[in-house]
Each structure stands twice: as structure tokens, then as C-alpha cells.
Design a binder for this molecule. Structure first.
Ligand code: SAM
Length: 338
């Protein structure tokens, strides 16, 4: 394992925020077609020769670790569709960082022993409904039972499991209480994510379920006296709560109505090797071409992070966020890596 050395500069932006959390998208393809994420026909895919190889992922990740990154999350697309997933994980496991993954879970059972072998213990399952028919409508695919079975398998095997639930009015907002109830006997954290706008995902502010509405629904079901607010974590991304006596807890990721930009420590690396300093930004810096040309990648990373805006790529209010023109060219979550 190579540690950060004094010859490398720490990743700080112009506001002094230190960046030590890297999310790497391994692939643009997905085996689901979630309505809020990807069009039914899919998205134009980058030709494979322009995608990072397992070694290039390892090499760029090493550079980030040298510059102070301590946590790496694998995402996509569906990261488990990568044929060389084990090689990638083997490379990253040598870096001595905290490894985690976000997956739709459909293929997760096949990878459980590989996760265990390389010390990946934190798994976020994306699951927007507890109803099979609705799963088909949201994802435009089947796979509900497989996902539920795999979720159970990972909980039983002692993984640190979280659920990612994108809430949308008229789609699944009536399942807030069902999801909180799901945490009653299970040691998991259910995290409600506000529906976010990306190029072409037909975002509409009226579909958004806000933090206030979520807490309102939970409070009326369980009584506000039973709703416990949990302490904030460092670099928080979710405000966390628990119902008195429940084994698990739940969180709210309000990137739209109440963003966490002040403590943001995240950097994103897309499957085609571009760094994005903010999920909402349409600016990308091409690290892969620089790496292949033997150029100074660290300098490009520093420049990109330094230029990061204070709040959501400059969209500092809901009016700006609601303007579709400001999202043009911000590739969908599937291509960025959620
Ligand atoms: N395929 C994997 C999965 O399903 O978890 C990883 C990629 S997916 C793009 C990562 C996360 O982004 C998922 O939890 C998904 O729900 C979330 N996501 C995608 N589009 C979103 C949107 N418009 N608003 C909020 N979250 C979104």
C-alpha cells in the first residue's frame, strides 16, 4: 500500500473543502432502465477503447490516494456488469482505502465471495419500491425477487447494507412508511433520495418529495415523540433518523431542497476517465487521455477541484436548478456514476 506523501498536494478547493472521497463509475451500461435515470432505449455508449481498463482505474485511483483520497465507492451504470470486476477490485483493494459499492443488486449474489475476498463490506442497494409490479414499472425490467433475495443474502452475511430509494410523487411516495417499517427488524439504513434533474430525465419539481414531506409522513405514522434524530456524520450527505425501538434507521438525502455542499468531499471519475467536481456540473476534465499520453494527471485533478463552485455547480437556488438549459450536457446519472 502506498501512502500519501509530502510531494503530493492535498485536494482542496477554493473554499477550503478537502476532497477525500472518490466515486468511480466502472461502466455506462445497466441491466435496468429506471425511468428517472435512463431513457428506455438506453444512452449513447462510449466506445470501449475510450473506457478505463482495470489497470487504468487502478493507476488513476492510486493518484487520487496519493493526493489524500481515503474512500472509494464503485458505481456506474451497473458496476457488476464489468467483466473484469474482480481485477478492478483486486487492484483497488491494495490501496488501503475504505471500499464500497452502489448496485441495483440483481447480480450481487455472484459477487458476494469476491467482495469478501477483497474486503468490500459496504453495499448500497438501489431499490425504489417494495412492490413487484411497481418495480417493473420503475425499472422497465423484472428482477424484483432476485434483488430482494440478494438483499437478504447480504444482510445475513453481515455486510453493512444501505438502501437507496429515489422518491417521486405519483410513483412511490406512498411507500415512505413501508420503507421505514422495513428497518424495524433489519440492521439496515434506508435512505430517501430527492429526485434530481439531469439532461433528458424529464425532471419536474412537482415530482419531488421533500425532506419536510418525508418527516411529516413518518411523524404521523409513528408519532413525532418516537422519531429520533441521529447525530450528523462528518461530511454528511444524509440527515439520519430512527424510530424508537427499530433495529435499522433511515436517512434523507436532500440534494435539491437542502443540499450538503458546505461539507462536500466528493470527486467523481466517469467510466471514460473524466473527473467531475460536482454531480450537477456539466464540466468534465479528461484524465484518461492525459494518463495515456503520459501527461501530468495530478495537475489536472488539482485544477478541476480548485474550480469547484460553492453550491451545485453554481445552481445555488431552486429556480436555477429548475432551468433545463442549465442541465444540458450534464450527462445522466448512468453515465456520470451516481
Ligand atoms: N446501477 C447502480 C444502482 O442502481 O445502484 C449504480 C448506478 S445508479 C446511477 C446510482 C444511484 O443513482 C442509484 O441509487 C440511483 O437511484 C441514483 N439516481 C439515478 N438517477 C437519479 C436521479 N435523477 N435522482 C436521484 N437519484 C438518482
Amino acid at each position: 500500500m502506498k501512502q500519501q506523501t509530502e510531494n503530493h498536494q492535498v485536494l482542496k478547493d477554493q473554499f477550503g473543502r478537502k476532497h477525500d472521497y472518490l466515486r468511480i463509475s466502472l461502466i455506462e451500461k445497466c441491466n435496468l432502465r429506471c425511468q428517472y435515470c435512463m431513457p428506455e432505449e438506453g444512452i449513447p455508449l462510449t466506445p470501449s477503447k475510450f473506457l478505463m481498463s482495470a489497470d487504468e482505474i487502478g493507476s488513476l485511483a492510486q493518484t487520487f490516494v496519493d493526493m489524500g483520497v481515503k474512500k472509494i465507492r464503485l458505481t456506474g451504470g451497473e458496476p457488476l456488469l464489468r467483466k473484469d470486476f474482480e481485477d478492478i477490485l483486486a487492484n483497488l483493494s491494495g490501496l488501503g482505502v475504505d471500499l464500497s459499492i452502489t448496485t441495483n443488486g440483481v447480480l450481487a449474489d455472484r459477487f458476494l465471495p469476491i467482495f469478501q475476498k477483497y474486503g468490500l463490506k459496504k453495499v448500497n442497494f438501489s431499490l425504489d419500491t417494495l412492490k413487484e409490479e411497481r418495480f417493473k414499472e420503475i425499472t422497465r425490467r423484472s428482477g424484483y425477487q432476485k434483488t430482494m433475495d440478494n438483499l437478504d443474502l447480504f444482510i445475513q452475511a453481515g455486510f453493512d447494507v444501505k438502501l437507496n430509494i429515489v422518491l417521486m410523487k405519483g410513483v412511490n411516495h406512498d411507500e415512505i412508511v413501508d420503507f421505514v417499517d422495513f428497518t424495524k427488524d433489519l440492521p439496515i439504513s434506508a435512505r430517501f433520495i430527492e429526485f434530481m434533474p439531469f439532461d433528458g430525465n424529464r425532471w419536474d419539481r412537482s415530482k419531488l418529495v421533500s425532506e419536510k414531506e418525508i418527516l411529516g409522513a413518518v411523524g404521523s405514522e409513528y408519532g413525532s415523540e418516537n422519531l429520533i434524530s441521529l447525530p450528523d456524520e462528518d461530511n454528511l450527505t444524509a440527515r439520519k433518523f430512527k424510530i424508537k425501538g427499530f433495529h435499522g434507521d433511515f436517512g434523507i438525502i436532500s440534494s435539491v431542497t437542502n443540499p450538503f455542499c458546505g461539507t462536500c468531499n466528493r470527486i467523481r471519475l466517469t467510466a471514460n476517465g473524466r473527473i467531475k467536481n460536482c454531480l450537477f456540473s456539466n464540466q468534465e476534465t479528461d484524465l484518461l487521455t492525459a494518463l495515456r499520453a503520459g501527461e501530468d494527471v495530478e495537475k489536472l485533478i488539482l485544477e478541476s477541484i480548485f474550480k469547484k463552485k460553492a453550491v451545485r455547480a453554481g445552481m445555488d437556488n431552486l429556480e436555477k436548478l429548475s432551468d433545463p438549459n442549465l442541465h444540458s450536457d450534464n450527462r445522466s446519472m448512468i453515465a456520470i456514476g451516481g
